[in-house]
Design a protein around this ligand. Structure first.
Ligand SMILES: [Fe+2]
Length: 360
């Protein structure tokens, strides 16, 4: 498989990975030959990039840090909670009913990550714009847990971080949909309402027996900034709970790398550059430092060009040096497709550097 922008997809290409919504319904199945109609359908879902089948990497099975079933179960439970509360069901009842399930899901996510030996966010998960909130919650949870593990948190603390980061935006259920889904910039009054999702979320979670107070504080504090310019309370530095400092970085990274109704996604290396730019102002620099080792700038399936002119596809991301992936070289320096592609670990070739991301 390789990752390609929808604008570069040609009819006849084969979809490499199924695209599912948060209910688990297949929007378009892997193996489908893409036609102009299908490409248009993907565009209407707000999807700007897809994985397509690629002969050079057909022997490889790319997977993210989490199994698809676990990821979908988490996203669909978050979706159900939000849908039931929006439908007018009693908030306390819904949370009492669903929180034990969410807590079990966080256990599953945590155990899967603890048992995997990669601890790296190296796969691009495609999501339709309408499902942004649910998959975003899950991605933030996974990123926060990977970061928490790398920071050496105990299992008990990881569990708190997991549930709090999964529900960090729960307060958005209290904000009118016209504001949440508004495609253009918000007015000053709308922005003020939007900012209340932090304190409203805290209010919901702190009443629950399933969520500890530190975990509930993630909702309250995830938009605070390290230099005191965030909201709602302009906390600064160590005043912000470490869980919230971790979640803030993961929240921004996943938001930037997701397609939204008003813009296409940023590539991971661009999002990472943005986060590095906010180190010590928006974000805790120690957290950012570790975060750069938790995510791949060039996820699996990214086609890149090197400074010697050769081209390859990212086939492996080493956890000890995620920014130096293993490439499958498919074109030589003159642009000729190789009859016999070969694998090249960039870690062993310090003079070779990635100069361009292709197909985007
Ligand atoms: Fe938020």
């Amino acid at each position: 498989m390789r990752m390609t922008s929808l604008n570069k997809v040609q009819p006849g290409m084969i979809l490499g990975k199924s695209i599912l919504n948060a209910e688990g319904t297949v929007l378009l199945a892997a193996g489908v030959k893409l036609t102009p109609r299908y490409i248009n359908r993907l565009r209407n879902f707000g999807i700007s990039s897809v994985y397509i089948w690629d002969e050079h990497t057909a022997d490889l099975d790319f997977r993210g840090p989490l199994r698809d079933e676990t990821r979908l179960r988490a996203a669909s439970t978050v979706r159900q909670v939000m849908a039931e509360i929006e439908a007018g069901l009693d908030r306390t009842m819904v949370l009492a009913d669903k929180l034990p399930r969410l807590s079990d899901i966080v256990d599953d996510i945590l155990n899967e990550l603890l048992n995997s030996n990669k601890l790296i966010f190296d796969f691009f998960e495609i999501k339709a714009v309408d499902d942004y909130t649910f998959f975003h919650s899950v991605n933030v949870c996974v990123l926060a847990l990977i970061l928490g593990m790398r920071l050496g948190l105990t299992k008990e603390k990881l569990k708190e971080l997991g549930i709090g980061s999964l529900l960090h935006d729960i307060g958005k259920i209290c904000i009118p949909t016209e504001i949440i889904a508004k495609p253009g910039p918000l007015t000053a009054a709308e922005w003020e309402t939007m900012q209340q999702h932090t304190s409203l979320g805290f209010d919901i979670l702190r009443r629950s027996n399933e969520v500890s107070l530190p975990a509930a504080h993630i909702s309250y504090q995830h938009h605070e900034r390290y230099n005191g310019t965030g909201y709602p309370r302009q906390l600064r530095g160590e005043e912000i709970h470490p869980y919230a400092r971790i979640t803030a970085v993961c929240d921004v990274f996943d938001a930037l790398t997701s397609d939204r109704s008003y813009r296409c996604r940023f590539l991971p290396h661009e999002a990472l550059e943005y986060i590095l730019g906010g180190s010590n102002t928006h974000f805790d620099f120690k957290v950012v430092q570790v975060f750069t080792r938790c995510v791949a700038m060039y996820p699996l399936g990214t086609r890149v060009r090197l400074n010697d002119g050769t081209e390859g596809i990212v086939i492996r991301v080493p956890p000890q040096a995620p920014q130096r992936p293993v490439l499958r070289i498919i074109k030589d320096r003159t642009g000729r497709t190789l009859k016999h592609p070969y694998d090249l670990p960039l870690l062993d070739y310090p003079r070779l550097i990635i100069t361009a991301v292709l197909d985007q």
